[in-house]
Write a protein that binds this ligand. Structure first.
Ligand code: PEP
Ligand code: MG
Length: 837
C-alpha cells in the first residue's frame, strides 16, 4: 500500500506561494507521484505543483493527508514528512507590516472602533482622495485580439523561451544583493514559473488557437482567480503575484512593445514603488485622486509635482502593490498618513463629510487670498506660485498667487524631443499675460538627477545629484540654452518676466549664462524682434559655494531665490531622494537656519531682493522663521498659497525676528520645533464665536461625529489648521469625564495650540445622541470651547462655568433650544461671549 501521513498546517498565513514553493521543490526531487488532500475542503493537490498547492486553499490547522506512490515512495514519504514537521513552519518570512486600527492612533475617532485595516505612510502632500487602485510598474500587453497565430508550435516555442527568459532574469536578481523577504518572493516566483501546470495551461490554450499573450493572461488570470477564492486573507492577496508573473513572461516575449503607461479609467489611486516626474506627467492628471509610493524623499520631484497638482500623496507605504489589487477601491487619507483598503459605509460617510469640509475650507481661504499678505505689523510679503506647466497658471492665480516665483521649465523638456523656440515662447508669453503685471520667474531648464530629458543622453552617474545637472550641462547643450533664452526674451515683451539660473556653484557659470543671454538678445535684435532689454536675471541659491560668494554674485544679478530642496541636501550631505538620510536634511536645524540668515543678510546688504522657492517655503510651520529671516517673498505650490497668506496675516515680523534669534541659539532641530510649537501668532481681534460657528440641524449620528463636525467648522473658519490635533485635545478631556452636563446639553472643551484663537462652536442636533451625560439623557445641543494652551488666560474656564451656570436655568435652556437661526443662538448665549478675546 502507498505510504501516507497526515499533518496539521502549521502556517499562520496558510499555504501561500513561498512555503508551497519549498515543498514543491523538495517533492520534485522524487519520481513518485505525491498527492495532498485537504480534509477541510476536500481539495486535492499535486505536491510538485506550487499552483495546485496554493489552489488547495490550505489554512492554518487544516488537516491534510499526503500520499506518495511510485518507485521511491518510501524515501520520498519519509523526507516529505520530516520536512513538513521540522522545516515548513520556518518557511514563512514575516508578513509585511499591517497596522491595525488604534495601534498607531492614526485613524479618526469615529472609525477607531471599526476594526479597520490600514497601511501607514508619510504624508507629503495633504488631502484626502479615493478611487480605484492603479498599480504603476506593471505593463499592459499588446492588444491580443489583433494578433493572428500562424503557427501554434512557433507560438509555443516563444512562450517556452519567454518562461525561461523570465526565470533567468529572476535568477540573476537572486544572485544580487537583496533582502531576505525579496529573496523569498523571488524564489516563489521562480518556482511558479517552473510549475508544469502553468506552462501546460498556457501551451494548451495556444494549441487551441490562442495567441501567446492571450494564453498567458488567461492562464495566470485563472490561477489568480483560484487564489482570490481562498479562505486565507493572505493567500487572496497573493493573487497579484500571478499577474506579476504573467507580466514577466509577457515582457520577455514582447519587450518594448509592452505599453508601460496604464490608462486611468475614472477616479484613481495611483500606487507605485517609485515614480519619476515624467511617469506622473504621463498620466491623466484629472483622474488621479491620490498617489501612494513606497520610496521617494519628501522633496523628490515626483513629490513636488504631486504637491503642486494638489494630489494627496503618501510615501513610505511598504509593499502596497502586493497588499492590494488593481481596481480595488481605497481611501488615501494624506492628512493622517493612512490608506484604508476597505470602504465600509461608516468609512464612506466619514470621508464624504471630510471632503465637503476640505472643499469649504479651501473656498473660504481662497476668498481671502486675493488680497496681498500683510503681517500684523504691516509688512507686505509676496506669496508666489511654483509651477511646471501652463495648465497650472490659472489655478495659481485663482489661489491668490502674487506672481510665479518659480516656473520649472525643465518639465517642458522631459519629452521625447526638446520643445521648439515657438512652442516655448507660446507658454512663456501665456504665463506673462496671465500674470497681468505680476512677476513671472522662468528658470532655465534644470535637467539631470531625477529630472530626465532622454534625448540629451545624459550619462548614468553614481551620484546624479552631485553630477551633471542644471547649469553644468549648458555648455554642452548651448543650442538648447540659446533657443530657450530667445523664447524667454520674446515673452519678456508681454509682462514682468525674470530669468533664473539653477545650480550655480561659481561666478564663471553665471558669467557664461549672461554672455549667452547677450548673444540671444543680439540675435533677436537682428531679427527685429522686441524684448525687454532690462529683464532681471537671478540665481538659485542652492549650492553652498554660491552662498559663500554671494557678495560677488550680487554684482552680477538682480535677485536671488533660495532653493532649500537642494541647498539642504548639499549642506548636510544627505541625498534628497534617499529616505534613509531624510532625517538629516532638516531645514529647521539651527545650523541651516544660521546659514540661511547669512545668505539673506548678505543679499540685503548689497540691496538685492531675495526670496525662497524651495519646499521649506510651502509649510506654514516655517513662516515665523522665514519672516524672521526677512525674506522679501516666498514661492510655493499654489494650493498652499491661501493658507500661507492667511497665516502671514496673523504674524508680526518683529515677533518672528525674536523667535528666529532664539532659534539660532538652539542646539538642535527639536529645540527649534519646541520654540515654534510655543506659538508666535499675533493676537487677533476675532470674537469667540460667529455665525459660521453655529451649526443648526446637524445630521451627526454620534458623539464622535458631533465633535468632529464642530472641529471641522473651526477648520473651515481657519480657527484651527490642525483639526486632528484639536479633536484629540477635546477627546483627551472627554476621556477624563463626560461633558454631558444634563438636560440634553454638552460642553466639550480643551486647551490646545491646535486652535489659532480662543473659540466657541455650537451644534444643534436633529437627532439627540448618546453622550454618557450626568443625568443619562441624550444630548441635543453641543457647545465646544477651545482656548490656546500657550496664551490661555483662564478665560475659557470662566466661559465654561458661566455657561454651566446658565444651563442650570430652565428659561435659558428653553431659549437656546428654541433659537431657530444662528443670530438667535448668538443672542441667547449673551454678549459676554461675543466680545473680543
Ligand atoms: C530647490 O532645489 O529648492 C528648488 C526649488 O529646485 P528643484 O527642487 O527643482 O531642484
Ligand atoms: Mg534645485
Amino acid at each position: 500500500m502507498a505510504p501516507e501521513f497526515t499533518f496539521l498546517c502549521p502556517l499562520p498565513n496558510g499555504f501561500h506561494a513561498r512555503p508551497a514553493s519549498h515543498l514543491a521543490t523538495l517533492a520534485g526531487k522524487f519520481i513518485s507521484d505525491c498527492t495532498l488532500l485537504n480534509r477541510r475542503n476536500g481539495r486535492t493537490a499535486d505536491l510538485k505543483s506550487v499552483l495546485s498547492l496554493i489552489a488547495a486553499d490550505i489554512g492554518l490547522k487544516d488537516e491534510c493527508n499526503v500520499r506518495v506512490c511510485g518507485d521511491d515512495e518510501q524515501s520520498a514519504c519519509r523526507v516529505l514528512e520530516e520536512f513538513i514537521a521540522q522545516e515548513l513552519p520556518a518557511c514563512d518570512v514575516p508578513l509585511p507590516e499591517i497596522s491595525l486600527n488604534g495601534a498607531n492612533g492614526a485613524l479618526p475617532r469615529s472609525l477607531r472602533s471599526q476594526g479597520l485595516e490600514t497601511y501607514c505612510g508619510v504624508p507629503v502632500s495633504r488631502g484626502i482622495g479615493y478611487g480605484n487602485v492603479v498599480i504603476i510598474g506593471g505593463m499592459a500587453p499588446p492588444d491580443f485580439k489583433a494578433e493572428k497565430v500562424a503557427d501554434p508550435e512557433l507560438e509555443q516555442e516563444r512562450v517556452k523561451h519567454g518562461i525561461e527568459g523570465a526565470r533567468a532574469r529572476i535568477r540573476k536578481k537572486l544572485a544580487g544583493e537583496i533582502s531576505s523577504s525579496e529573496r523569498a518572493i523571488l524564489e516563489a516566483h521562480l518556482a511558479i514559473l517552473g510549475d508544469a501546470s502553468l506552462t501546460n495551461g498556457i501551451l494548451g490554450k495556444i494549441a487551441q488557437g490562442s495567441p501567446a499573450s492571450q494564453a498567458i493572461l488567461e492562464t495566470t488570470e485563472f490561477y489568480s482567480g483560484l487564489l482570490q477564492k481562498a479562505e486565507s486573507h493572505y493567500i487572496r492577496e497573493r493573487a497579484d503575484d500571478l499577474h506579476e508573473i504573467g507580466h514577466e513572461i509577457l515582457y520577455e516575449i514582447y519587450g518594448a512593445k509592452l505599453q508601460r503607461k496604464p490608462a486611468l479609467t475614472g477616479p484613481s489611486v495611483v500606487v507605485a514603488e517609485k515614480l519619476t516626474p515624467q511617469q506622473l506627467l504621463d498620466l491623466d492628471r484629472t483622474g488621479i485622486r491620490a498617489l501612494v509610493m513606497e520610496s521617494g524623499g519628501t522633496t523628490s520631484h515626483a513629490v513636488i509635482l504631486a504637491r503642486s497638482l494638489a494630489i494627496p500623496t503618501l510615501i513610505g507605504v511598504k509593499n502596497l502593490p502586493q497588499l492590494i489589487s488593481p481596481g480595488q477601491e481605497v481611501i488615501v487619507d494624506a492628512n493622517r498618513g493612512v490608506v484604508i483598503p476597505k470602504l465600509t459605509p461608516t468609512v464612506r460617510r466619514y470621508y464624504e463629510r471630510e471632503l465637503i469640509t476640505q472643499r469649504k475650507r479651501q473656498a473660504a481661504l481662497v476668498r481671502d487670498a486675493m488680497a496681498p499678505a500683510i503681517t500684523v505689523d504691516g509688512q507686505v510679503i509676496e506669496v508666489a506660485a511654483n509651477l511646471s506647466s501652463a495648465e497650472e497658471l490659472e489655478p495659481a492665480f485663482s489661489n491668490g498667487a502674487d506672481g510665479i516665483g518659480l516656473f520649472r521649465t525643465e518639465m517642458l523638456f522631459a519629452k521625447e524631443h526638446p520643445p521648439s523656440e515657438d512652442e516655448q515662447f507660446e507658454i512663456y508669453a501665456q504665463a506673462a499675460r496671465a500674470a497681468r503685471g505680476r512677476p513671472v520667474v522662468l528658470r532655465i531648464f534644470d535637467v539631470g538627477a531625477d529630472k530626465p530629458a532622454p534625448y540629451l543622453k545624459l550619462p548614468a552617474e553614481d551620484n546624479p545629484f552631485l553630477g551633471f545637472r542644471g547649469v553644468r550641462i549648458y555648455e554642452q547643450h548651448q543650442e538648447l540654452v540659446q533657443t530657450q533664452m530667445r523664447a524667454i526674451l520674446r515673452a519678456s515683451g508681454f509682462g514682468r518676466v525674470h530669468i533664473l539660473v539653477p545650480m550655480v556653484a561659481t561666478r564663471e557659470e553665471i558669467l557664461w549664462v549672461k554672455a549667452q543671454l547677450a548673444q540671444a538678445q543680439r540675435e533677436l535684435a537682428d531679427r527685429q524682434i522686441s524684448f525687454d532689454p532690462a529683464m532681471a536675471v537671478g540665481i538659485m541659491v542652492e549650492v553652498p559655494s554660491a552662498a559663500f560668494m554671494l557678495d560677488q554674485l550680487c554684482e552680477e544679478v538682480e535677485f536671488f531665490s533660495i532653493g532649500t530642496n537642494d541647498l539642504v541636501q548639499y549642506f548636510f550631505a544627505a541625498d534628497r531622494g534617499n529616505s534613509r538620510v531624510a532625517h538629516l536634511s532638516n531645514v529647521r536645524h539651527p545650523a541651516f537656519l544660521r546659514f540661511l540668515k547669512q545668505i539673506v543678510d548678505q543679499a540685503h546688504q548689497q540691496g538685492k531682493r531675495i526670496g525662497m522657492c524651495g519646499e521649506m517655503a510651502g509649510d506654514i510651520l516655517h513662516l515665523p522663521l522665514l519672516l524672521g529671516l526677512g525674506l522679501d517673498g516666498i514661492s510655493a505650490a499654489s494650493t498652499e498659497i491661501p493658507i500661507l497668506k492667511e497665516h502671514i496675516s496673523r504674524l508680526s515680523v518683529s515677533d518672528c525676528r525674536s523667535l528666529l534669534s532664539n532659534a539660532l541659539q538652539c542646539k538642535n532641530a527639536a529645540e527649534v520645533d519646541s520654540l515654534l510649537a510655543a506659538g508666535t501668532l499675533g493676537s487677533t481681534q476675532s470674537s469667540l464665536i460667529n455665525q459660521d460657528l453655529v451649526i443648526l440641524s446637524s445630521k451627526s449620528e454620534s458623539k464622535e461625529e458631533a465633535i468632529r463636525e464642530i472641529v471641522n467648522a473651526f477648520y473651515v473658519e481657519a480657527r484651527t489648521n490642525d483639526p486632528d490635533g484639536l479633536e484629540e485635545a477635546v477627546w483627551t478631556r472627554e476621556e477624563v469625564y463626560s461633558t454631558g452636563l444634563g438636560h440634553g446639553f454638552a460642553i466639550p472643551h480643551c486647551k490646545s495650540d491646535a486652535v489659532t484663537t480662543e473659540s466657541i462652536g455650537v451644534l444643534k442636533l436633529s437627532k439627540p445622541v448618546e453622550w454618557s451625560a450626568l443625568d443619562g439623557q441624550l444630548v441635543h445641543t453641543v457647545i465646544l470651547l477651545a482656548a490656546r494652551e500657550s496664551n490661555a488666560n483662564g478665560r475659557h474656564m470662566q466661559v465654561f462655568s458661566q455657561l454651566a451656570r446658565k444651563l442650570m436655568n430652565e428659561k435659558f435652556r428653553l431659549q437656546l433650544e428654541q433659537a431657530e437661526d444662528a443670530d438667535a443662538v448668538l443672542k441667547c448665549l449673551g454678549n459676554e461671549l461675543l466680545i473680543s478675546s
